[in-house]
Design a protein around this ligand. Structure first.
Ligand SMILES: NC(=O)c1ccc[n+]([C@@H]2O[C@H](COP(=O)([O-])OP(=O)(O)OC[C@H]3O[C@@H](n4cnc5c(N)ncnc54)[C@H](OP(=O)(O)O)[C@@H]3O)[C@@H](O)[C@H]2O)c1
Length: 315
C-alpha cells in the first residue's frame, strides 16, 4: 500500500512509519521538515504546514494514497482535517484519524467505551478532536469515504515527547522522593506506542473498520501511585512518596507531564479486539522495562533536571 502519514518524525507517527516499513508499505510523510534526520531511509517527505490550507491544496494536488493517517496535532481543528481530505479529494483509499480518549465525558462512570457520550470535559483539545472526528464521519455517511477514528490514551514508550514515565525515571534513578498530588488514587490507563502503531498498521484498508471509532490502549488500569510503584519495581529502586494536598489557589504538585488531574481515565478495548482481532502485546511492566532500556541507552539518566520547585515544596 502507499500510505501518507501526517507527521512522521517525533513519537507516535514515527513509530507508525517504522511499523509500515516493516510491513512492506511505501510511506510518505507530510510535516514542516523540522526533524528530517529521524526518518528511516526510503520514506518520502512532503514539506508543508498543515494549517496553511492553500499550500496543502497545492502540495497534495497530485498525491494519491491507499491510506492516509492523520496524526500531527497542530493544534488541528475540524477545518484543518477538512482541508486535508479536500486536498486529497477522491485520491484516498482509507482515512484514519488519531483522536483521543479525551473526547469522552470524564464526569461519567468508568470505564469509557466507544459510545460513551463525547463532550468538552477536556476543553479545546476535546473540541478540536470531536470536530475532526465529525468531519470524517460525515464523509463516510455522505460520500462513503472509508474512515476510521482511533482514540489512544496516555501513550508511552521510547521517544515519548510527554514527560510521564521519564519524569519518574528521572527521580527514581537519583533516589529522589515522589511528590504526589493528594492521595494519588486516580486511575490511569497507558498504551505502549508500538502497540498503537501496530494497531493502526493492521487496520489500514480493512473494511470492518470503516465508519468506526476504536479505543486503542493497554489493558491495565493503575492508580497514580500504583504506576510509580510499578516503575520502582522495574527499575529495582525503592519509592518514597510525599503526599501533597493542594491548598485553595495552589497549583497541584507536578506529577508527570499530564497525570495530575482529578478524575479516573479508564477505557474498554473490547470493540477493537472483537471486531478487528487487534490487541495490545505489551503488559505495562514489560513496556516500562523496554522504555527504561531506551532511556538508559540514550543517556537520559544523566540529563540535567531542574528540581528547584520540587525542593522548595519539600522544604
Ligand atoms: N501522546 C499521547 O498520550 C496521546 C494520547 C492521545 C492522543 N494523542 C494524539 O497523538 C498525536 C500526536 O502524536 P505525537 O505527540 O506522538 O506526535 P507525532 O505525531 O509523532 O509528532 C508530531 C509530528 O507532527 C508534525 N507537525 C507538527 N505540526 C505540524 C504542522 N503544523 N504541519 C505539519 N506537520 C506538523 C511534526 O513535524 P514538524 O514539526 O517538522 O512539522 C511531527 O512530525 C496527536 O494527534 C495527539 O492528539 C496522543
Amino acid at each position: 500500500m502507499q500510505v501518507l502519514v501526517i507527521g512522521g518524525t517525533e513519537f507516535i507517527s514515527l513509530h507508525l512509519v517504522r511499523a509500515l516499513l516493516r510491513d512492506g508499505h511505501r510511506v510518505a510523510v507530510l510535516n514542516r521538515g523540522r526533524n528530517p534526520a529521524r526518518l528511516p531511509a526510503g520514506v518520502r517527505t512532503i514539506v508543508c504546514d498543515r494549517t496553511d490550507h492553500a499550500a496543502l491544496r497545492k502540495t497534495l494536488a497530485s498525491e494519491r494514497c491507499d491510506a492516509l493517517v492523520d496524526i500531527a496535532y497542530a493544534p488541528t481543528s475540524g477545518a484543518d482535517v477538512e482541508a486535508l481530505v479536500d486536498a486529497l479529494d477522491g485520491r484516498v483509499g482509507h482515512a484514519v484519524f488519531v483522536s483521543t480518549g479525551r473526547v469522552h465525558d470524564h464526569a461519567l462512570p468508568i470505564p469509557y467505551h466507544e459510545d460513551t457520550p463525547r463532550n468538552l470535559y477536556w476543553g479545546d483539545y476535546a473540541r478540536n478532536k470531536i470536530a475532526g472526528e465529525d468531519v470524517l464521519m460525515r464523509r463516510w455517511r455522505e460520500r462513503r469515504l472509508p474512515v476510521t477514528i482511533v482514540r489512544p490514551t496516555h501513550v508511552y514508550g521510547p521517544l515519548n515527547t510527554r514527560n510521564n514515565e521519564t519524569f519518574f525515571f528521572d527521580r527514581l534513578v537519583r533516589n529522589r522522593p515522589i511528590l504526589v498530588p493528594g492521595a494519588g488514587g486516580w486511575l490511569r490507563q497507558f498504551g505502549h506506542v508500538e502497540d498503537l502503531a501496530d494497531a493502526m498498521a493492521a487496520m489500514l484498508g480493512v473494511p470492518a473498520s470503516f465508519g468506526q471509532a476504536y479505543n486503542v490502549t493497554g489493558e491495565e488500569a493503575v492508580t497514580q501511585v500504583g504506576f510509580v510503584e510499578l516503575i520502582g519495581e522495574v527499575l529495582k529502586r525503592p519509592v518514597t512518596f510525599v503526599h501533597v494536598e493542594t491548598e485553595h489557589g495552589d497549583k497541584p504538585v507536578a506529577f508527570g507531564q499530564n497525570l495530575v488531574y482529578d478524575c479516573h481515565a479508564v477505557y474498554t478495548t473490547t470493540k477493537i479486539r472483537a471486531e478487528l482481532g487487534i490487541r495490545a502485546r505489551y503488559s505495562l511492566a514489560a513496556g516500562l522495562a523496554q522504555t527504561y532500556e531506551w532511556y538508559v541507552r540514550e543517556g537520559l539518566d544523566r540529563r540535567d533536571v531542574d528540581f528547584s520547585a520540587e525542593d522548595a515544596r519539600l522544604r
